[in-house]
Every structure is written in structure tokens, then in C-alpha cells.
Design a protein around this ligand. Structure first.
Ligand SMILES: Nc1ncnc2c1ncn2[C@@H]1O[C@H](COP(=O)(O)OP(=O)(O)O)[C@@H](O)[C@H]1O
Ligand SMILES: Cc1cn([C@H]2C[C@H](O)[C@@H](COP(=O)(O)OP(=O)(O)O)O2)c(=O)[nH]c1=O
Length: 211
């Protein structure tokens, strides 16, 4: 069986994490091995880089280089081997988050990000192919609603403590990226948890990723 790379994306508080357990259970019920992981992170080195990115002040190029360095280690050590084994990789954020947060949120140069994306992902799992998720579940939610959901829910990190305007730009960054590729399945994350989950199931059925 061939591997399946699935990513979850959306602004902080959109509700991604609330559905990862159920997604893992769903694929396991279909007899698949599942590797559940996240970015930045997923390896010891990448988790160390994650804590720097989430805690230390730095300029947008440094931030972009660190998330792509973490991604390279993650892809080489975890994602590519899992896909080669035929596993399902459930990844909480991938490169679309860099385009949305560093590109949209920070206003960093999208051409530089696209160059780093090629360096890190080109040929990483399959020769002459840019490694990307087969499907990206994009939890789309207005920044105001996400902020209300997050208020008091957890201690904010360097991104979560950004003003609403930052998350409006991140949301616009996701929308722009999604407009460029049909691997995005837009999920209206403003609905109830049950309704959101139903949309996830429909997206997976439509793409024939589950029976
Ligand atoms: N559909 C929903 N309706 C209302 N609240 C939700 C919904 N989905 C998640 N939440 C709540 O919103 C907050 C953020 O959800 P979470 O899954 O942690 O988001 P993310 O992982 O995208 O940052 C949590 O407190 C969660 O319980
Ligand atoms: C993958 C990635 C994440 N981020 C940010 C988005 C999030 O605010 C933060 C961590 O993501 P996340 O794991 O969703 O945070 P949490 O565990 O608090 O739900 O890193 C970037 O800025 N660029 C990236 O490339």
C-alpha cells in the first residue's frame, strides 16, 4: 500500500488539534499504520528548534530558516521513511504554515520561502518530485472567532500572543496558498465540532482516501 501524507492547517485556535485523535483512529480502523507528528518538530533536533522559534525573539529570515531546518530533519528522519513503508503520516502543520505565518503574518518574501521549500522538499521522498501532502485539511476560521476560542484556553506562545491583525494576515496567507492547489480541502471550522468532523469525513471520502 502506498503511503499517505496528510497535513492539518489553520490559524491558532481554528480547531485542528481537536480532530487529530479521531483521524488517527479512523485510519487505524482502516488497517493503516499511522505516524502522528507535528511542525515545527517531530524529531529531537526539530523539537529543539521549535522551542527556539516559539520562545526567542528573532527576525523573519532567521525564523524562516529555523522552521525549514526543522522541516528538513523531520522530512529526512520521519516523513520520507514513513511514506516509504506505506504508512499514513498525520502532520499537524507543514510548509503551508510557513507561507501563512512567515509569509502572510510577518510579511516575509514569498519567493525566498519558495526557494527554501524547493531546497528542503525537492526529491525528499520521490526523485524529481516536490514532497507535499496529498491532502491538506485547512480549518478556515475568522481570526476573531479563533481569538475568542483561545482566550484563557492556554498560555500564549510567541505567535499566539500576536494581535488580531497578525492572524488576519495569516488567514489571508492560507487562503492565497489554498487558491494555488487542489490538495487543500477547506473545512468551515466555524461550525460545531461534530459538523467539522463530518466535513473532514466528506473530504476524505471525496478524495477516496477512506472507503
Ligand atoms: N468546533 C468548535 N467549536 C467551538 N470550540 C471549538 C471547536 N473546535 C475546537 N474548539 C475549542 O477551541 C480551542 C482551540 O482548539 P484547538 O483544537 O486547540 O485548535 P488548534 O489546534 O487549531 O490551535 C480549544 O479550546 C477547543 O476546545
Ligand atoms: C510549521 C510552522 C508553525 N508556525 C507557528 C504556528 C503556531 O503558532 C506555532 C506552533 O504551532 P502549533 O503546533 O499549532 O501550536 P500549538 O501546539 O500551540 O497548537 O508555530 C510557524 O510560524 N511557521 C511554521 O512553518
Amino acid at each position: 500500500m502506498s503511503g499517505l501524507f496528510l497535513s492539518l492547517e489553520g490559524i491558532d485556535g481554528a480547531g485542528k488539534s481537536s480532530h487529530i485523535d479521531a483521524l488517527e483512529a479512523l485510519f487505524r480502523a482502516h488497517g493503516r499504520q499511522v505516524v502522528r507528528t507535528r511542525e515545527p518538530g517531530g524529531t529531537p533536533l526539530a523539537e529543539t528548534l521549535r522551542s527556539l522559534v516559539l520562545d526567542q525573539p528573532m527576525d523573519p529570515l532567521t525564523e524562516s530558516l529555523l522552521v525549514f531546518a526543522a522541516r528538513r530533519d523531520h522530512v529526512v528522519q520521519v516523513i520520507a521513511p514513513a511514506l516509504a513503508r506505506g504508512d499514513v503520516v498525520l502532520c499537524d502543520r507543514f510548509t503551508d504554515a510557513t507561507f501563512a505565518y512567515q509569509g502572510g503574518g510577518r510579511g516575509f518574501d514569498l519567493d525566498v520561502l519558495a526557494t527554501l521549500e524547493r531546497w528542503v522538499q525537492w526529491g525528499a521522498a520521490e526523485a524529481e518530485v516536490l514532497l507535499q501532502p496529498a491532502i491538506t485539511l485547512w480549518f478556515d476560521l475568522p481570526a476573531e472567532v479563533a481569538a475568542e476560542r483561545l482566550a484563557g484556553a492556554r498560555v500564549p506562545d510567541r505567535f499566539e500572543s500576536q494581535p488580531l491583525e497578525f492572524f488576519r494576515r495569516v488567514a489571508a496567507g492560507y487562503a492565497a496558498r489554498a487558491a494555488q492547489s487542489d490538495r487543500f480541502a477547506r473545512i468551515d471550522a466555524g461550525q460545531s465540532r461534530d459538523q467539522v468532523w463530518q466535513q473532514v469525513l466528506i473530504a476524505l471520502h471525496q478524495r477516496k482516501l477512506i472507503a
